[in-house]
Design a protein around this ligand. Structure first.
Ligand SMILES: C[S@@+](CC[C@H](N)C(=O)[O-])C[C@H]1O[C@@H](n2cnc3c(N)ncnc32)[C@H](O)[C@@H]1O
Length: 372
């Protein structure tokens, strides 16, 4: 293996010199996923986990960073690729960290052992690892799950989404939010079979991937409550109205504007992160920054702040360009929109999903009346 050494966060990493960023790589490493690994480090420093497993580790970047940059005591790093195993061993030595390395199929490892923090970072969809992760996770443990098959989740390939996630996607103006909601609903529904309620504490959509961090609570009562959080959405492509609906409300649904609603789901119809937890993450980030040991990606503080604040509104965001196109007016500035809505006592939140997105509980008719 032709290797090169980099530093990410506060950790030295040997990575393959030649990378295609595909399954064909001898060992996979994508430097652009630093932000995702930074967030894992912040979360590992915020929660009280004791036994972390990086089950699809590649070079071991995430697990080695967590061993080096957090206080979690027991770390297991696994990859079924023998070349990855070799490289993880070299990275362990380079950083002199105490981690156990395994060279197993992820599902086999998760069937043998239990953890209170499991990271699943696959090529494409995580669905084939969800069941074994749910069986392995301890009560109140954390699951962190990546999905990079955004074309399925966001509706470019709807049949792939139906096949993998048992959910109908829709290419709406908030297609990326819908994709994340479909992913979380899939994890939530899988968890119900084990009497587990999942609670998203943080989730984000960045470039080509989704990432969700969820607490798994083993409780039949809480699992029953979760059922109410998994719904469908009715979307009108004419006037842009959208509303969450339950199964028994799906019929020949027509929007007030006369057009037929299109239906997507099942999807997660509750918060995508815990606002208080986001505040705790910010405190962790500031403390770590003040120590000056770890170099985090730029923009992390803004991203976490935005994700925390946007949880005040669960309804999917509106694309302001689409709103003004329908009004046949040039777009107003975000600050002007904010001012006009707040004069009408309407809450507005910005969203990390789009810099031209606004979150509000207001109906689309009210937006047209106020902004038009
Ligand atoms: C996207 S890469 C992981 C990247 C890594 N987490 C990082 O942050 O750099 C996915 C990894 O999963 C491994 N893998 C794929 N299927 C697996 C399985 N069934 N069991 C264990 N490892 C597997 C691959 O060898 C690959 O290294």
């Amino acid at each position: 293996m032709n290797l090169t050494e980099i530093t990410e966060g506060n950790t030295k990493l040997l990575i393959p010199k030649h990378r295609e960023l595909s399954k064909r790589d001898v060992v996979f490493f994508n430097p652009e996923m630093q932000l995702s690994r930074d967030i894992s480090v912040i979360i590992a420093n915020t929660v009280k986990a004791e036994k972390f497993c990086d089950v699809l580790a590649g070079t071991g970047a995430r697990g080695i960073r967590i061993a080096n940059e957090s206080k979690i005591k027991e770390i297991v790093i696994n990859d079924k690729n023998p070349r990855a195993y070799e490289l993880i061993s070299m990275n362990r030595k380079l950083n002199d960290v105490d981690v156990r390395i395994e060279n197993l199929d992820a599902n086999l490892l998760l069937s043998k052992e239990r953890f209170d923090f499991i990271d699943i970072d696959p090529f494409g969809t995580p669905v084939r690892f969800i069941d074994s992760a749910l069986r392995s996770i301890m009560n109140n443990g954390i699951l962190s799950i990546t999905a990079t098959d955004t074309s399925a989740l966001c509706g470019t390939h709807p049949r792939a989404c139906i096949r993998k996630y048992d959910s109908i996607p829709l290419r709406t103006d908030y297609y990326n939010e819908l994709g994340l909601r479909i992913l979380i609903a899939y994890i939530g529904r899988s968890a119900l079979r084990y009497n587990i309620a999942v609670v998203p504490i943080f989730s984000h959509c960045t470039r080509h991937y989704f990432r969700a961090y969820l607490i798994a609570k083993r409780s039949r009562r809480l699992a029953n409550n979760t059922i109410e959080k998994i719904k469908f959405i009715a979307h009108c492509f004419n006037c842009l109205k959208r509303k969450y609906i339950s199964l028994n409300e799906i019929d020949d649904l027509y929007c007030e504007c006369g057009h037929r609603f299109r239906i997507a789901g099942r999807l997660w119809a509750d918060t995508l992160a815990d606002k208080k937890f986001c505040g705790d993450m910010l405190k962790t980030l500031r403390t770590l920054n003040s120590l000056g040991e770890i170099n985090f990606s730029l923009g992390l503080e803004k991203l976490i702040g935005l994700i925390g604040s946007e949880q005040d509104v669960v309804k999917p965001y509106y694309d302001i360009h689409k709103i003004f196109k329908r009004l046949k007016m040039p777009s107003l500035s975000m600050s002007k929109i904010e001012e006009m809505l707040s004069e009408n006592n309407i809450i507005l939140r910005r969203t990390h999903f789009s810099n031209i997105g606004i979150r509000t509980d207001a109906d689309v008719e009210d937006l047209y009346a106020i902004l038009g």
